[in-house]
Design a protein around this ligand. Structure first.
Ligand SMILES: [Zn+2]
Length: 306
């Protein structure tokens, strides 16, 4: 006969009346599902429908080596603690946006690869061949990656738009991604300068620095405005509270910081919301002036009110 310890006997004794009281047979616990979030977020902006698409997300170690190159670890730690985020890792998001103007479907940036953008579009109810125009804000791999792949061009019916300065800067670089993904589409591409239009209510804004010809876009419909900021600021805390902090991925660090300050100042003063490609998904928020920098205010229900 197996002898129970006093503790086991007590546990067994306690379990019986509980199970009986519940009146149901024992069953397995529901499986753990892992973290999850909806891969798209859609709202109205005047007469436009705007949908942000989560084309990828990943955890990245040692974020100070990316976002705080010119500050001490103590300064970086203090800013992070104030915003209740850790210093040893950060979560990256890759968020293309699709805008339905009522007459055209316009996609801004394409994620890391065709599968990411195709899956996110499908979740939002779109197929790649519905996309009329693809706008490339700048030519880093996480923005051009979805343009084409082993299956060929991802967006069979699209015309392409990008900044003239941006294309020219990469044209002579010999960059592998540019040669594979962007150059083959050059004949179908319209090159924009500051103030150039992709469609009525979709206007290019020079936001140089992150790359030589990086462009943001102003969306305007029925008096409602929204900035598609792309990569003018790449972290919701470190790049907004301290726009002067140097960022590894900014090609011209001084120009990128000046662009950040100018755009954040405009958004805070005019209370214009923005979508940031690397902001925490769903990537839409407002900018509040705070101390010597700014604070990101994620949108709540402002865009659900019609
Ligand atoms: Zn990027």
């Amino acid at each position: 006969m197996t002898k129970l310890t006093r503790r086991q006997a007590l546990a067994a004794g306690a379990a019986v009346p509980l199970a009986a009281a519940m009146g149901s047979p024992a069953r397995a616990a529901a499986p753990m599902m892992g973290a999850g979030m909806a891969p798209y977020h859609r709202f109205r902006l005047g007469g436009f429908e705007v949908t942000t698409l989560l084309a990828g997300t990943r955890t990245v170690p040692e974020p100070q080596k990316i976002f705080g190159l010119n500050v001490t670890p103590e300064t970086f730690a203090a800013a992070s603690a104030a915003a209740m985020i850790p210093t040893d890792k950060a979560q990256f998001f890759f968020t293309p946006t699709v805008v339905n103007t009522g007459s055209e479907l316009i996609l801004f940036d394409t994620g890391l690869n065709p599968a990411g953008i195709t899956d996110a579009l499908a979740a939002a109810g779109y197929s790649p061949d519905q996309v009329d125009k693809v706008v490339i804000t700048h030519m880093h791999g996480d923005h051009i990656g979805g343009l084409s792949g082993e299956a060929g061009e991802t967006f069979a019916n699209a015309a392409y738009y990008t900044g003239a300065t941006e294309f020219d800067a990469w044209d002579m670089s010999g960059n592998e991604g540019f040669e594979a993904k962007v150059r083959p589409l050059a004949d179908k591409t319209t090159f924009l300068d500051d103030g150039g239009a992709v469609a009525s209510g979709v206007t290019a804004m020079a936001a140089f620095g992150h790359t030589p010809g990086h462009m943001a876009y102003m969306l305007e419909s029925d008096g409602a405005q929204l900035v598609l900021g792309a990569d003018f600021a790449n972290h919701y805390v470190w790049s907004l509270a301290h726009p002067e902090w140097e960022v590894l991925y900014d090609r011209d660090k001084e120009m990128a910081a000046a662009t950040r300050k100018r755009m954040l100042g405009m958004m805070a003063a005019d209370k214009v919301p923005f979508i940031g490609y690397h902001m925490p998904f769903p990537g839409i928020g407002f900018v509040e002036a705070r101390d010597s920098g700014y604070r990101y205010v994620p949108a709540s229900y402002q865009f659900m009110l019609g």
